[in-house]
Design a protein around this ligand. Structure first.
Ligand code: 5AD
Ligand code: SF4
Length: 567
C-alpha cells in the first residue's frame, strides 16, 4: 500500500506487538521507542540535560506546540490537531499545522484550549475509520460526557434542513455557533471518502477537507468564521502537490518530506486511490532545495514519503530517477541518513539496491509490502507481480554488498484465500526472513473492487490466520535480532528513559551512573541502550548489541567509542 506502510495505529510506535490477534506490527519502525521520555520529539537536549533553543531552519517552526506562533501571529485563534494513521498523515498534519501557524493561528495540546478542533483521519481499514467516528461521537450535543458543552445547548437547526447539504451564511436552518463554541473539522481520508455524509452523521462538524485541499484550509476556516456553517474541500483532481512554505515539524532531527502524493496502483482492496487521488510527484529541484534548507536547519535524517515512493516520476525536464534522487539527497551536506517509504514491488529495481550499496547515508532498510505469498491471491488483489517476481526483487537485496533489512505488509483472509494459499504466505516468510511485518486482517472497504468478491473468509478464521502469521514472524524476528548480538551499530539518539540505573562500579571502584536511551539503527531497528555519559539527543553513537527481543535490540554504548571521546 500504503504501501505507505507504517501506521501508528498498528503499534508502529515502538514496534511492540499488541496482544490480541489484531492489526499489529512487529516492525521496529515509526516513532522513537516509547522508552524515551518524549523529550526527543520536542526539544534538543544538551549534554548537561539542559535544553538548547529550538532550531530555526526554514521549514520549521518553534519546537513547542504550546505557544508556537508565526511571527506575525495576531492571536487569530487556537487549533488542536489529532492525527490518525500512517506517516503520510503524520506529515500532512505537520504541513496543516504549518499553514495555520503561518496565518496566525496558535497550536494547543488540549481540545479544551482550542477554538478549532481538527481530526486528520485514516480510512485504510474499517477499524481506523470507526475510531474517528467514535472520537466525533464524544462531541455529540446532549451527551452528558459531551465535550461540546456550550454548543450542545446553543446549536439550532431547522427540521427542514437536509443534514447533508452545506448551508449558506445565515441561510434558514443554518447551524450557528454560539460564542466560545468550537469549530470541528474532519480532514484526511475519512473526509475524502465520506464527504458531506459526515455532516449527516455528526451535524456538529462544520469542516470536511481531503488532503488535496489543505492549502485552502485558512480560507475555509475564515469562511466558517464569517458565519458559513459548513465548508467542504473534496477535490482530488488537482495536479498540485501539497507543498508549503512552513511545515511545523514535530521531530527536530528527522524530517519527513512527501515526494509523491496519491496512488495509481488500484489494488483491489485499497481505498487510497479514492481518498488521495492520482499520483503527483514534486520536481527534483524543489525536493533538493527543501533538503538543503532542512540540513541548514539542523536536520540530519530525511525520510522521503509516498504511498508508492519509488514510483516517483520527476515532472521537470531533469527527469531524475528515484534512485538518483536518493543519492542526490544523501549528498546534501549535513544529511547523514536518508530513508524512504513505502516502496511498491513493481517499481523496485536493481538501481535502488545499487544506490544503497554505494552510499552509506542511504539507510539499509526497504519496506516492500508483499501482501500475500500466493500468486493467485496477488492477482485477485491486482498487485501486478507474482510471488516469483517479488522473490526476485528480494534476491537483489539478499545478494547486496551491504546487509539490507526488509520489512513488509501482509493481509490475511482476502476473499477466497484458501488454507493452502495462506500457507504460501507462511512459506514466503521463511524465504524472505523479514525484519518486520505489519500484519492485517482483510477489511472490506467502500468503493473497492474486492468488496463484491465472493468467498468471504469468516472473522474467526481471519483472526486465526493472523495469529499464526504473527507468531511465525515473531520467531523469525527473534532469531534475526539475536544474530546481531556482539555487533556494533550506529544509532541516532532519540529518547532518554526517565529511569536511571543505580550506580555501578566504575574503573577504580568508583560509582558511575548509567542512563537508558533509545533510538534507531540505519536498518530501522529500535535500539534501547545504556550509556555511562549524558548523551545528546539527535547525536549518532556507536552501540554494541548485548541482547535482543523480537522487536528491539538491547545495547550499550561501545567501549571504543567511549574511549575515543575521552581522548
Ligand atoms: N484491509 C486490510 N489491510 C489493508 N491494507 C490496505 N487496505 C487494506 C484492507 N482493505 C493494508 C495493506 C497496506 C497497509 C498500509 O494496509 O497491507 O500495505
Ligand atoms: Fe498501496 Fe495498492 Fe493502496 Fe496504492 S492501491 S496505496 S499500492 S495498497
Amino acid at each position: 500500500m500504503f504501501d505507505i506502510g507504517v501506521e501508528r495505529l498498528m503499534g508502529g510506535g515502538t514496534g511492540v506487538p499488541t496482544s490480541g490477534p489484531q492489526e499489529t506490527s512487529f516492525a521496529g519502525q515509526g516513532e522513537p521507542s516509547g522508552n524515551g521520555d518524549g523529550a526527543g520529539k520536542r526539544q534538543r537536549q544538551t549534554h548537561d540535560g539542559g535544553v538548547k533553543p529550538p532550531l530555526h531552519g526554514i521549514g520549521k517552526t518553534d519546537g513547542e506546540k504550546h505557544g508556537s506562533e508565526a511571527p506575525h501571529s495576531q492571536g487569530r485563534g487556537t487549533f488542536y490537531l489529532e492525527t490518525f494513521g500512517c506517516q503520510m498523515n503524520e506529515h500532512d498534519s505537520e504541513k496543516v499545522a504549518g499553514v495555520l501557524l503561518a496565518r496566525g493561528y496558535r497550536q494547543v495540546e488540549t481540545v479544551e484550549a482550542a477554538d478549532v478542533v481538527l481530526y486528520n483521519t485514516c480510512s485504510i481499514r474499517e477499524k481506523a475509520a470507526q475510531k474517528v467516528f467514535s472520537r466525533l461521537g464524544e462531541w455529540r450535543p446532549g451527551l452528558e460526557s459531551s465535550r461540546l458543552t456550550v454548543a450542545g445547548s446553543t446549536f439550532q437547526r431547522s427540521e427542514s434542513q437536509d443534514p447533508g447539504s452545506p448551508s449558506e451564511p445565515g441561510a434558514p436552518g443554518a447551524l450557528h455557533r454560539g460564542k466560545g463554541e468550537k469549530l470541528i473539522g474532519v480532514l484526511g481520508c475519512v473526509a475524502q471518502q465520506e464527504g458531506e455524509k459526515i455532516f449527516a452523521r455528526a451535524p456538529w462538524v462544520s469542516l470536511v477537507c481531503g488532503s488535496a485541499s489543505y492549502r485552502k484550509l485558512p480560507e475555509m476556516i475564515a469562511e466558517l468564521e464569517r458565519g458559513n456553517r459548513r465548508v467542504t474541500g473534496l477535490d482530488t483532481d488537482t495536479d498540485e502537490t501539497f507543498e508549503t512554505e512552513i511545515t511545523r515539524r514535530d521531530n527536530p532531527w528527522r524530517a519527513y518530506l512527501t515526494i509523491i502524493e496519491g496512488c495509481d496502483k488500484a489494488c483491489s482492496y485499497c481505498v487510497v486511490p479514492f481518498t488521495r487521488g492520482p499520483e503527483r510527484s514534486r520536481t527534483s529541484a524543489s525536493i533538493l532545495e527543501e533538503v538543503r534548507q532542512l540540513a541548514d536547519g539542523g536536520y540530519t535524517e530525511v525520510q522521503l514519503l509516498g504511498q508508492t515512493v519509488n514510483s516517483y516520476a520527476d515532472p521537470s525536464a531533469r527527469k531524475m530517477r528515484f534512485s538518483e534522487l536518493l543519492v542526490a539527497v544523501a549528498e546534501v551536506p549535513g544529511i547523514r541518513r536518508v530513508r524512504f517509504t513505502t516502496s511498491h514491488p513493481r517499481d523496485f529495481g536493481k538501481d535502488i539496491v545499487e544506490a544503497i550499496e554505494a552510499v552509506p547515508a542511504i539507510c539499509e532498510h526497504v519496506h516492500l509490502p508483499v501482501q500475500s505469498g500466493s500468486t493467485r491471491v496477488l492477482k485477485a488483489m491486482a498487485r501486478t507481480y507474482t510471488r516469483e517476481e517479488y522473490l526476485e526483487k528480494v534476491a537483489l537485496m539478499h545478494n547486496a554488498k551491504r546487509p539490507i533489512s526488509i520489512t513488509t505488509d501482509l493481509i490475511v483472509g482476502f476473499p477466497g484465500e484458501t488454507e493452502m494459499e495462506f500457507e504460501e504466505t507462511l512459506s514466503l516468510l521463511d524465504h524472505v526472513q523479514y525484519d518486520g511485518a505489519f500484519c492485517f486482517k482483510y477489511s472490506p472497504r467502500p468503493n473497492t473492487p474486492s468488496l463484491k468478491m465472493a468467498d468471504v473468509i469468516p472473522e474467526e478464521e481471519k483472526s486465526r490466520r493472523l495469529a499464526v502469521l504473527m507468531e511465525k514472524q515473531r520467531e523469525i524476528q527473534r532469531a534475526r535480532n539475536l544474530r546481531l548480538v556482539g555487533e556494533t551499530v550506529e544509532v541516532m539518539v532519540e529518547g532518554k528513559s526517565k529511569k536511571e540505573h543505580p550506580s555501578i562500579g566504575g574503573a577504580n571502584g568508583s560509582a558511575v551512573r548509567v542512563s537508558q536511551w533509545s533510538g534507531h539503527t540505519s536498518s530501522n531497528k529500535v535500539m534501547n541502550f545504556t550509556s555511562r555519559r549524558e548523551e545528546s539527543l539527535g547525536d549518532y553513537v556507536r552501540v554494541k548489541v548485548v541482547s535482543a527481543t523480537p522487536n528491539s535490540l538491547v545495547g550499550e554504548v561501545a567501549v571504543e567509542a567511549e574511549a575515543r571521546r575521552k581522548d
